[in-house]
Write a protein that binds this ligand. Structure first.
Ligand SMILES: Nc1ncnc2c1ncn2[C@@H]1O[C@H](COP(=O)(O)OP(=O)(O)OP(=O)(O)O)[C@@H](O)[C@H]1O
Length: 245
């Protein structure tokens, strides 16, 4: 089966203009494939390049060189580093779910609207999108009384659940997770992990960063260990996590 996501020779560095123009290298040439129904967990110490990798895939960061190949649902192969911005925004809306620790919601918008808007970008009609959004918020136990309050008043854990609901509603083809359960209490964390596992089982390709080894053990089909912007190891979770623990 062809991979959903194919990274080749991905490099990213930053010039720190305020510190003598010093260069920080965050990715040194990363090759990685993620297939449908596969959950690839990125592990490694702080600063290893895990978030930079996710951001290069999402094109929050434009890589310096290398390729980011995406195979869409209809079998089209896209090179994301070469797509014009508007085309990239459409692909991102339709094919990607990106869940970070932070919720980026427009001002005066409530959770139901945020999640429904994401479903709409994935091609769902307006009324159906609201239903799908309600279902997603329910599954993550977000109190219905909060569905139409301004997202800015929500707690960290509530925001994270809105983010997760948006990332996973009408499942995208590729789910990018950057510490998606870090602010959740045990019961909500459990519902979130079950939801993520159910999406992998339905064929979603997942590329994730979790600092918590238990989440990686439970969810990952492969663990990729990063070190200094490179892939140091790539293999079965039980094998790699034993080395990390
Ligand atoms: N926007 C940026 N500007 C400057 N340097 C950056 C930027 N983003 C990442 N870096 C640098 O790239 C390197 C990799 O950072 P990255 O956030 O990808 O690591 P990480 O493995 O996700 O770390 P953590 O586990 O702490 O989140 C670090 O040295 C970081 O300082």
């Amino acid at each position: 089966m062809s991979p959903v996501l194919s990274l080749r020779g991905l490099r990213k560095s930053f010039t720190l203009h305020t510190i003598d123009g010093r260069t920080v290298h965050s990715l040194h040439g990363v090759d990685l494939d993620v297939r449908a129904g596969e959950h690839v967990a990125l592990a490694g110490p702080s600063g290893a390049g895990k978030s930079s990798l996710l951001r290069c895939v999402n094109r929050t960061y434009l890589p310096d060189s290398g390729s980011v190949g995406l195979r869409t649902a209809d079998g089209t192969e896209l090179e994301l580093t070469e797509l014009p911005d508007r085309a990239m925004a459409r692909v991102r809306g339709r094919e990607f779910g990106y869940v970070s620790q932070f919720l980026a919601a427009p001002p005066r918008t409530g959770p139901l609207e945020v999640v429904a808007a994401t479903a709409r970008r994935r091609g769902v009609e307006r009324a159906e999108a609201r239903e799908a959004a309600a279902e997603a918020l329910k599954r993550l136990n977000l109190d219905e009384a909060l569905w139409d309050v301004d997202c800015s008043v929500l707690s960290g854990g509530e925001r994270q659940r809105v983010n997760l609901a948006a990332g996973t509603v009408r499942p995208p083809r590729l789910l990018l997770l950057d510490e998606p359960v870090s602010a959740l209490d045990p019961a909500n964390r459990e519902s979130a992990l079950e939801l993520i596992a159910s999406l992998t089982a339905r064929g979603v390709a997942v590329l994730a960063v979790f600092h918590d080894l238990d989440a990686m053990r439970r969810l990952a089909s492969r663990v990729v260990l990063m070190s200094d912007g490179r892939i140091a190891r790539d293999g079965a979770p039980e094998e790699i996590l034993e080395e990390v623990a």
